[in-house]
Structures are given as structure tokens and as C-alpha cells.
Design a protein around this ligand. Structure first.
Ligand SMILES: Nc1ncnc2c1ncn2[C@@H]1O[C@H](COP(=O)(O)OP(=O)(O)OP(=O)(O)O)[C@@H](O)[C@H]1O
Length: 261
């Protein structure tokens, strides 16, 4: 019998509440993500985006509610190599080269390292000259790119990305966005992607989840009606500008000021 339940959502979050002492980071959040869907999450600082991602990844226990990944609990999904992560700051192994960092997670998950393919991915990410360099020889942005390549190379069916482009300069940001979109299109991978940038959320996502704070909650889910494939030029279209403006309006409507708290 296949381990994955065919009809199960890739990610199923039900009535998830996470409290830290007197902070309600997430208040009864529910979210269902279809297999193969690319879902982006935006919201003000402190609204619980990272807590949501960490909960889906099994790195944060719920105070109440439930999280399933492909029908399993997140810990089992992670053990099976079904979950890949990219965090705001990279978590490379300092004693391994860029290439070894990319192949090592596959080995840990019991898969073939596919070194040649890993090398190709690094070259495509503009890292061809530093394949054999160690992280301490690379800039922060280069390390972050290695971490993104590593997550894509792992081949996990669900990828959780938390502000992965935060450390990258403007142009590299769009190069990496294009690379993530290419890799996603060529797979049946599900992506949950947190960003502070509404344009980035619209450029990448099939759907944008809009969150608000105090308490952290989902206030809207907006389908992105732009055709794929999308590229930097997509951002010049009127349809793109309108979607971005619509989401910014939702964010503004739910914005709390310090005086509201
Ligand atoms: N381990 C923790 N202990 C105590 N409070 C925490 C912890 N983790 C998060 N919080 C609090 O929970 C709330 C949500 O934090 P979280 O990092 O999920 O927000 P975020 O939307 O990702 O923020 P940002 O956009 O600034 O990264 C914040 O008020 C934060 O201070």
C-alpha cells in the first residue's frame, strides 16, 4: 500500500493555535494546500508566518489543532525526506563544500546523491566557480543560494521556504525566483513560501495567503490569475499590478497600529 494517501492534501492545517506565554502567534489557523500547488504567505512582521511554516515542518508543536503533511504527521514526513526547508538564514554544514552540502541531504534521505545533477544546479544558480568552496569562503547571499539549490535537489515532495531570498540583491533575487519556478514546474512539488514582498508573492504563487497580527491569523486567500510561465516581464503587466494592489489593500485593511494593541 502506498505510504502517501492519494486524496490527502499536501498540507492540511486545521484550527492551529500556537501560544508563547501571553503571545498568541497563531489563532485557530486553517489551511489546505493541494499537491503541486505553489502557495505564498504574506503579512506584517510578527503575524506568525514563520510559526506557521515551522508548525508545518514539525519544528513547532501546536498548542491546539492539527497539522498533516501528505496525510502524515510532519515528523514522519520529515523522516521520509518528504519535507525540504529553506530558512531566512542558511543552515549549511560548514565543514562541507557547496557541492557536498547539496548532495548530503539526499544521502541522508537514502537517495542517490546525483552529483552531476547537483553540479548542474549550482552552475545554473551562478555558483559554478564555487562548487568546491566551503561556506566560509562564500558571501551570505551565495550561501543562501546554495541552501536553495540544496532544498530543490533533495527532491522532497513539499518545500517550505521562509524568506529565502531575503539576503539576495535585487537581480539575483529574480534569478533565484526564476530558478525556483523552473524547478517547481518540472516537478509535482508543493511549495509553501513566506515573503514580505507582495510582488514576489504574486509572481510566484498560485494563491497568496494573507495574514494579520494580534492575534496571528489568516484573513484572506487570493487566487493569482496570471498565466504561467511567469518571468520578470510578468511584473510589467496591468494584471500583475492590479493583483499586487488588491493584496496590499487587504493588508492595509487589517493592519493594527500600536494604539490598537
Ligand atoms: N520561540 C518563541 N518564543 C516566544 N515568542 C515567540 C517565539 N517564536 C515566535 N514568537 C512570537 O510569535 C509571534 C509570531 O512570530 P513569527 O516569527 O512567527 O512572525 P513572522 O510573521 O514570521 O515575523 P517576521 O515577518 O518578522 O519574520 C511574534 O510575536 C513573535 O515574537
Amino acid at each position: 500500500m502506498p505510504r502517501r494517501q492519494a486524496e490527502a492534501p499536501a498540507i492540511d492545517v486545521r484550527d492551529l493555535t500556537v501560544r508563547f506565554d501571553d503571545v498568541c502567534a497563531l489563532d485557530s489557523v486553517s489551511l489546505s494546500v493541494d499537491p503541486g500547488e505553489f502557495v505564498t504567505v504574506v503579512g506584517p512582521s510578527g503575524c506568525g508566518k514563520t510559526t506557521l511554516l515551522r508548525s508545518v515542518g514539525g519544528l513547532q508543536s501546536p498548542t491546539a489543532g492539527e497539522v498533516r503533511v501528505g496525510g502524515d504527521d510532519p515528523e514522519s514526513a520529515q523522516d521520509a525526506g518528504d519535507l525540504g526547508f529553506v530558512f531566512q538564514s542558511h543552515t549549511l554544514f560548514p565543514w562541507k563544500t557547496a557541492l557536498e552540502n547539496v548532495t548530503f541531504l539526499r544521502t541522508l534521505a537514502g537517495r542517490e546523491p546525483e552529483r552531476d545533477r547537483a553540479r548542474e544546479r549550482l552552475v545554473a544558480a551562478g555558483l559554478g566557480d564555487v562548487v568546491d568552496a566551503s561556506p566560509r569562503e562564500l558571501s551570505g547571499g551565495m550561501c543562501q543560494r546554495v541552501a536553495i539549490v540544496r532544498a530543490m535537489h533533495l527532491g522532497a515532495s513539499t518545500l517550505l521556504m521562509d524568506e529565502p531570498f531575503g539576503e539576495l540583491d535585487e537581480l539575483t533575487r529574480y534569478d533565484m525566483a526564476a530558478s525556483v519556478l523552473d524547478s517547481w514546474r518540472d516537478s509535482d512539488r508543493t511549495v509553501l513560501f513566506v515573503t514580505h514582498s507582495v510582488p514576489e508573492a504574486v509572481l510566484l504563487g498560485d494563491r497568496v495567503i494573507v495574514m494579520a497580527d494580534s492575534p496571528g491569523r489568516i484573513v484572506d486567500s487570493v487566487s493569482v490569475s496570471l498565466a504561467r510561465p511567469r518571468a520578470e516581464a510578468t511584473m510589467d503587466s496591468t494584471a500583475f499590478t492590479e493583483q499586487v494592489a488588491g493584496i496590499r489593500q487587504i493588508l492595509r485593511r487589517h493592519r493594527t497600529t500600536l494604539a490598537d494593541r
